[in-house]
Write a protein that binds this ligand. Structure first.
Ligand SMILES: [Zn+2]
Ligand SMILES: [Zn+2]
Length: 302
């Protein structure tokens, strides 16, 4: 555990503090632990996958025919009418339940962008949190003040005080360790370890699986490999979200692109902590299958 995260844990431990004060402390701690401050010092660690945790591949049940993945919080601009802040959040519609994947760094930006995009926070049924960094969970408490009638799927490794906070606000907590189906058409990779434990979301669409990553601390190629096994698919329709390669050397970016090709990833939409050079090289390689993304981008399938 690095020092910053440990600091966050210390703050989280003060469970006796009243809610208002506690939220302030939690937010302060989270802001101290965002994904890329300072920028990555080199290649992400590449932990070995845990085959023992893999469920047996089963036929994937798909929920519907039309899906939309709308980025409601990102540090890359797409719709200039929206606010751009460091972090990531995406709304997924088309399954039996509407998902908010991550919550960005603050609720004011998150809710303002959702309103401008005409996405009612009250329509969210499920929140999936990728990992504990503040630029992914910072908007949660403010969101729950708007709508606490949700189930929050979070990594088992999250601090107990964080889980208590979510429950106290009226939401249900579902802790994730292993890869599993959350509900029809929605899967988690389970907690993968990349220094920071992180889960990614897999949505089984009519065009194939879509993988949504928060920051991809466990390594985006590892995540894609694991996700493919979980849904027993040979190709991946789309990988979107943070690839965690800001500042990475071109050789590493090229090897990730090669990994994507080997894993038959058809389309990519790198944003958040992917880095400008990563986005440029992916665009060069993927051409029309590169999706330029940022806050306000909505990807419809089909
Ligand atoms: Zn992070
Ligand atoms: Zn991040």
């Amino acid at each position: 555990m690095n020092g910053t995260v440990y600091t966050a844990w210390l703050y989280f431990g003060r469970s006796a503090i009243k809610w208002g004060c506690r939220r302030l402390i939690i937010m302060m701690a989270l802001f101290m632990s965002s994904c890329v401050t300072p920028p990555p010092r080199g290649p992400s660690p590449a932990p070995s996958p845990s085959p023992a945790q893999m469920p047996s591949p089963e036929p994937v049940s798909k929920a519907g025919d039309r899906f939309t993945f709308t980025i409601v919080y990102d540090n890359n601009e797409y719709d200039p009418g929206l606010e751009t802040e460091w972090g990531f959040s995406c709304v997924i519609e088309g399954l039996e339940k509407t998902i908010l994947f991550d919550t960005g760094g603050d609720h004011a930006t998150l809710l303002s962008n959702m309103r401008k995009l005409k996405i009612d926070p009250g329509k969210i049924d499920v929140i999936v949190l990728s990992h504990i960094h503040g630029d992914h969970v910072g908007g949660l408490s403010g969101f729950l003040e708007e709508n606490s009638d949700v189930t929050v799927y979070l990594p088992h490794s999250f601090p107990v005080s964080f889980k208590s906070m979510v429950r106290e606000m009226g939401a249900e907590v579902a802790e994730i360790s292993e890869a599993q189906q959350l509900f029809t058409g929605a899967f988690t990779t389970g907690e993968l370890d990349g220094g920071i434990k992180e889960q990614s979301l897999i949505v089984a669409t009519s065009r194939g699986p879509v993988i949504v990553t928060g920051c991809a601390h466990p390594g985006v190629v590892n995540i894609v490999r694991k996700a493919r096994n979980i849904v027993a698919e040979d190709t991946v329709y789309l990988v979107m979200g943070g690839f965690h390669m800001a500042g990475a050397p071109a050789s590493r970016i090229e090897s990730v692109i090669n990994g994507f090709r080997q894993l038959s990833v058809r389309k990519v939409a790198p944003c958040h902590c992917s880095g400008d050079e990563t986005r440029r090289l992916f665009r060069e390689e993927y051409g029309e299958n590169y999706i330029n993304s940022g806050v306000g981008k909505s990807i419809a399938i089909p």
